[in-house]
Design a protein around this ligand. Structure first.
Ligand code: IFM
Length: 436
């Protein structure tokens, strides 16, 4: 790699990220069923009808996986806790095995000198809560606060950082408007409520953790740069609306206690009554902002009901996901987020990486990471207070509706034998992160 640890400030944190359902093996350890299990069991939703029952079997192999993290020289590990593993019914009786697992996992990280960075929710909602309306039900904010108290009451004393919810856009819009993720809805009213409740739940979790005396609490957003597909006014307006829905709605709620006007034009009639009254909870102060960045989209107007948007294929090189590689948009986002929303608050790139079919000599991934680190460096040079960068992901894993084919790992996983083999990108990062 061109970049090295020494190209960044001495306190800059390098990390690697995963999530529970994508690696643990959800069928093990008496976890409850989730809306992902039933979504995946429904024909047509997931490539090859694959699910997270075994995934990478991280549940049994986490010590081996943490040796890989330590040996690569990462400072931090960003993982998530599975709600249904800890509370199989979503509420009520605790599965002690589940809580013990996250306790052992935390200590195993600390023993190796790796900082634990937790996300409380990364998409596997317990089925009994989905039955009650899931993210459409306002009560989810309290259910989530209770789950937060239980998990962080046990491991919160040893976390380096915690964020309540990974990628609120995916939890709400992708899952309730586009139907691509569980619960697979395509309904604007469900979407508006999920978008608001996911932020309310975020705020209640932050309040709960403050009550436990915790610090270094943040919020993690997935951002996608929206570029007008052509020079027309209608493409410009369309791109602004895409940006509003995808990026500014969630950043605006948490950091500005407001939602963008162009998004309210379509969603306001469907938001819950007195939604404005929730902004003090939604906007309860956090200590850092996490940005997950992968790609951009070319956007124009579609002849369709609100929001009336469509994506146009772009000319840039693409990853195995079909996503255009646009590193420059990362520095634009970092600069814009600090300027418009977060000011002096620390920013972390909490996910960045690419899927590649190349299982061993993944030089494409090395190039991708290098190009994006150059943009982090560029934003640092412009004064953006970026404090760390996390690669997605440690292992090839369950890429949700796309199953196991799309490989994001620095470490190859053979899904027949579950054998792990570090790829060229793992070794490149290991050399880049070495301390003299
Ligand atoms: O695999 C996902 C992850 O769960 C959330 N962020 C994006 C990744 C790649 O699609």
């Amino acid at each position: 790699m061109k970049h090295k640890r020494t190209d960044f400030p001495p306190d800059f944190q390098f990390g690697v990220a995963t999530s529970a359902y994508q690696i643990e093996g959800h069928a093990q350890g008496a976890a409850g069923t989730t809306h992902w299990d039933s979504f995946a069991a429904t024909p047509g939703n997931v490539a090859n009808a694959e699910n997270g029952d075994i995934a990478c079997d991280h549940y049994n192999r986490f010590e081996q996986d943490f040796d890989l993290i330590r040996d690569a020289g990462f400072d931090c590990y960003r993982f998530s806790t599975s709600w249904a593993r800890v509370l199989p019914e979503g509420r009520g009786t605790i599965n002690q095995q589940g809580l013990d697992f996250y306790d052992r996992l935390t200590d195993a990280l600390l023993e190796r000198g790796i900082k634990p960075c937790a996300t409380l929710y990364h998409w596997e909602l317990p089925s009994p809560l989905a039955d009650l309306g899931g993210w459409r039900n306002r009560d989810i904010a309290e259910w989530f606060a209770d789950f937060t108290e239980i998990v962080m009451g046990r491991i919160g004393d040893r976390m380096f950082s915690v964020a309540p919810i990974n990628e609120p856009w995916c939890v709400s819009w992708l899952s309730h408007f586009e139907g691509h993720h569980a619960p697979g809805l395509r309904d604007i009213r469900a979407t508006a409520r999920a978008m608001h409740h996911v932020l309310l739940a975020h705020g209640r979790a932050i309040e709960t953790m403050r009550g436990l005396g915790m610090s270094n609490l943040g919020a993690v957003f997935n951002l996608e740069w929206a570029e007008p597909a052509d020079d027309s006014n209608e493409a410009r307006i369309a791109a602004e609306l895409y940006d509003g829905i995808y990026n500014r709605f969630f950043l605006g709620g948490v950091f500005d206690k407001s939602y963008p006007g162009n998004v309210l034009d379509g969603l306001e009639p469907h938001l819950p009554t007195n939604w404005q009254d929730d902004f003090d909870t939604i906007g309860t102060p956090v200590d850092w902002c996490g940005l997950n960045y992968y790609t951009r989209k070319l956007i124009t107007r579609a002849d369709a009901p609100w929001p009336g948007l469509k994506e146009v294929p772009g000319p840039l090189p693409k990853t195995q996901m079909g996503w255009e590689v646009d590193p420059a948009a990362l520095s634009r986002f970092l600069i814009r987020t600090a300027r418009d929303h977060t000011g002096d608050l620390p920013i972390y790139v909490t996910e960045n990486g690419m899927a590649s079919p190349e299982r061993h000599h993944d030089t494409d991934r090395i190039g991708y990471l290098d190009q994006h680190l150059a943009e982090v460096r560029r934003a640092l040079d412009q004064g953006v207070p970026i404090k760390g960068y996390f690669v997605w992901s440690l292992l090839d894993n369950y890429e949700w509706a796309l199953g196991y084919e799309k490989r994001f790992g620095l470490v190859d996983v053979d899904f027949e034998t579950l054998e792990r083999t570090p790829k060229a990108s793992y070794h490149a990062l290991q050399a880049a992160l070495a301390r003299d």
